[in-house]
Write a protein that binds this ligand. Structure first.
Ligand SMILES: [Zn+2]
Length: 298
């Protein structure tokens, strides 16, 4: 079964990366989202990673997603994303430039507050988007760039959700799990999952073991993935869940070691969820959001 993955850090992986055309093909991947991860970085570092992405697409034969219509057709797709709003450097002109370079999703913050807004680690629980962050999200809507609130604070989540409700433009949590199953600020509360569903957005199941369960064994992780998915589908409905593996950005999961292992997860999902729902989680939900945000403007 084909699937979309909303987040990998393969572009910044030191040494050998697990996400390659070959492992993705074995897994059945239709579209991988490659993040330029630049913590405390700047536009220059991000642009180097954009170049690395372009070279990888040429060398390995990925077709780059720039508009929703690109999802149709042959070949494996790759979408360029940026993790951490530092790349924008407090200048909306840079955001336009990143869009011109092909960036189609921006994770607004990483593990510390920045000039767009507050992180899940923040000490300022009441504050979400900054005025600049609000302007950036508005511009992203105009450009056709997906707003990603993974790593964001709860206040940031609800600020972006308010913008989404006002504009009708969906947003995502590209790699975040359910807080009710595993208490962690990186995971979403039930209220957030419901709100995200109301906005027509998606959350990508993250395979980082510490965000899934205390039991890091193969069996423990398999059970935790099914438990998180069961909960998210119950709370948010069948249109809100997708995948956001975090491959090459987190320690190797004992159950899902590489993208080539995706069929074993999909096989387990088929045992507990209707086939229609498995197809939506694997592909349809993420495709819906990518197409609706990108198709408007690109
Ligand atoms: Zn991340």
């Amino acid at each position: 079964m084909k699937y979309i993955d909303l987040h990998t850090d393969a572009l910044t992986k030191e040494g050998v990366r697990s996400v390659t055309k070959e492992t993705l093909a074995r897994g059945g991947c239709a579209l991988e989202c490659f993040a330029c991860f630049t913590p405390r970085g700047d536009l220059g570092k991000t642009l180097k990673l954009c170049d690395k992405f372009q070279k990888m697409c040429l060398d390995e034969g990925f077709r780059q997603v720039k508009r929703g219509g690109n999802l149709a057709g042959e070949g494996m797709l790759a979408m360029l994303t940026v993790e951490g709003g530092e790349a924008v450097g407090g200048d909306l002109g840079n955001l336009r430039f990143l869009h011109e370079k092909g960036v189609r999703m921006l994770t607004l913050v990483w593990n510390f507050d920045n000039d767009l807004g507050t992180s899940h680690t923040t000490s300022e629980r009441e504050r979400g988007l900054t005025p600049f962050g609000r302007a950036a999200v508005e511009l992203m809507g105009e450009l056709g760039m997906i707003a990603d609130i993974s790593h964001g604070s709860d206040a940031l989540f609800f600020d972006v959700a308010a913008w989404s409700k006002r504009t009708g433009i969906p947003f995502v949590a590209s790699h975040s799990n359910a807080r009710a199953c595993r208490e962690h600020t990186r995971n979403l509360s039930d209220g957030e999952i419901r709100t995200l569903a109301d906005c027509g957005g998606v959350m990508g199941l993250n395979f980082y073991d510490k965000f899934l369960a205390a039991d890091r064994s193969c069996e423990g992780q398999k059970a935790a993935m099914i438990a998180h998915m069961t909960h998210i589908l119950k709370v948010g409905g069948e249109d809100v869940l997708a995948f956001g593996s975090d491959f090459d950005g987190c320690p190797q999961n004992a159950y899902m070691k590489t993208a080539a292992d995706m069929p074993r997860l999909l096989f387990e999902m088929e045992k507990v969820f209707p086939h229609r729902v498995v197809e939506k989680v694997a592909y349809g939900n993420a495709a819906r959001v990518i197409q609706s945000v990108l198709d408007e403007k690109n």
